[in-house]
Write a protein that binds this ligand. Structure first.
Ligand SMILES: NC(=O)c1ccc[n+]([C@@H]2O[C@H](COP(=O)([O-])OP(=O)(O)OC[C@H]3O[C@@H](n4cnc5c(N)ncnc54)[C@H](O)[C@@H]3O)[C@@H](O)[C@H]2O)c1
Length: 443
């Protein structure tokens, strides 16, 4: 079966979730465009949206309708040929949304997924749950169905072997939010159906994604770097908190990992964005695969046990974690002793922490400015040279951070997680919006 055939019947599992809803949107759009294409007359399209939570499915349908309308209005001119005799963008958008609605099949019963040729799985990151659900899928689906798991850390081989899917599963790891983020990490296990990798690349292309391969090792490239980078940040904050307060230490490491490393957000803001509980559970999944390494954090365990978890509310706004947020911006730090947030603005502790960090090395420019700079490489080179020559507290901390990140990158490369330095760098630059990859000449 080629991709056009497979695209007729597709399912998303966990469709109402954070990732599932974005994946559903991408597939709904692509399948609707295919349905409207006269070349496909006679084909029947169905996108089965499966989730155990009916409320999430209701929300998903409203979301798909809104996004479908927005997409069609924006692209009205481009897609007008699919609607002969229509030129009014509003009418085109309405017709597109109606066509999209006609292919959607929201269900709470997994048996309804049975006729799908491709199943995109985006349920919770829990090995036992995924195994249970894949067992049900194996029963429900034909033995020609292909499975695309969005797992961010579980080796695909483990899922395949525990369920006995016979190579019909691949890791298709979207980044959050899937409709916006262009990166997909493609995890190709050793034993795989011959046409599945190429088919997956083709789907990636149809969905407008940048595909970067990662080998089938727990955590893959993205979390392989992020987890270790996050643990480094946590260790640095714990070390600094021997000589200053915990809130100052967290603030400093967050500032340095954003500002001085020229990243879009600091490490604690990123852990908050992902969720401390998710960070904890990914570490738990990865740890047994790396017995020589400490992939664990007592501090994360303590914070999660106090319900300090980060993550997002259903409207997308940021929940408090290491940091407290107002309108998406950090405004305070969680104090472990007081068990409450201390605002940046209370007293002079923020000023003291900023003075501890010191002036930024020469040639510093904000991440956003460098993102657009034509001579970005030259600027980065001269900035990092200035940073390495700077003995200030902040620059020293940042240099160690940069070196640690490079070591993680090399570990991924030499440990067989990535086949090429450019794949490691590509994941960090496309998935995490770093201006430079960890395997660089700056550290
Ligand atoms: N959130 C991220 O940033 C991110 C990024 C990349 C990959 N991922 C991966 O994507 C997957 C989903 O993560 P998420 O953040 O979207 O989770 P989520 O909690 O937002 O969504 C999970 C969805 O699965 C549904 N669900 C639970 N059990 C189910 C079952 N038995 N059958 C069908 N649906 C079920 C839930 O109702 C929920 O709607 C995980 O494997 C995660 O590791 C997440």
């Amino acid at each position: 079966m080629n991709l056009n055939d497979r695209l007729e019947h597709v399912a998303v599992l966990g469709a109402g979730g954070k990732m599932g809803s974005g994946i559903s949107l991408l597939l709904a759009r692509e399948m609707t465009l295919a349905k409207l294409n006269p070349e496909n007359a006679g084909r029947n399209y169905q996108l089965t949206l499966m989730d155990v939570n009916p409320d999430a499915l209701n929300g998903l349908q409203a979301y798909l309708e809104k996004q479908g309308k927005r997409f069609a209005e924006k692209k009205a001119e481009k897609i007008a040929a699919l609607f002969p005799g229509m030129d009014d963008p509003t009418a085109i958008a309405e017709a597109f949304v109606a066509a999209q609605a006609s292919i959607l099949n929201p269900v709470t019963d997994l048996a309804a997924v049975g006729s799908s040729h491709m199943v995109f799985e985006a349920i919770l990151e829990n090995l036992d749950l995924k195994i249970r659900v894949f067992n049900q899928l194996k029963e429900a689906c034909a033995d020609t169905t292909y499975f695309f798991s969005n797992t961010s850390s579980i080796p695909i081989k483990e899922l395949d072997e525990k369920v006995g899917l016979g190579g019909r599963i691949i890791g298709f790891h979207f980044y959050n939010p899937p409709a916006v983020q262009r990166l997909v990490e493609l995890i190709i296990p050793e034993n795989i159906a011959a046409d599945l990798p190429e088919l997956s690349r083709e789907i990636g292309k149809r969905l407008g994604k940048i595909i970067i391969p990662s080998n089938d090792v727990a955590g893959f490239i993205g979390n392989g770097h992020f987890m270790r980078d996050g643990l480094h940040g946590i260790r640095e904050a714990q070390r600094l908190s021997q000589e200053m307060s915990f809130i100052e230490a967290v603030y400093i490491v967050n500032q340095v990992s954003q500002d001085l490393l020229l990243r879009p957000m600091g490490i604690f803001q990123l852990i908050d964005y992902v969720g401390l509980d998710i960070f904890q559970s990914i570490l738990k999944i990865m740890a047994p695969h790396f017995p020589g390494e400490v992939l664990h954090s007592d501090l994360i365990d303590i914070l999660v046990s106090k319900d300090v978890k980060g993550g997002q509310y259903s409207d997308g706004s940021q929940k408090n974690g290491f940091l407290k947020y107002e309108n998406g911006r950090p405004v305070g730090v969680y104090d472990l002793v007081k068990e409450s947030y201390v605002p940046f603005s209370s007293g002079d502790w923020q000023g003291k922490a900023d003075r501890w960090i010191g002036d930024k090395p020469e040639g510093h420019a904000p991440w956003k400015a460098l993102l657009k700079a034509e001579d970005r490489d030259a600027q980065l080179k001269s900035y990092f040279a200035a940073m390495s020559a700077d003995n200030g507290n902040g620059a020293t901390l940042a240099s160690a951070y940069l070196k640690n990140s490079r070591e993680i990158g090399e570990l991924l490369l030499n440990g067989g997680v990535a086949n090429a330095a450019e794949d490691v760098n590509g994941v960090l630059m496309n998935g995490f919006f770093h201006l430079y990859g960890p395997i660089n000449e700056y550290a």
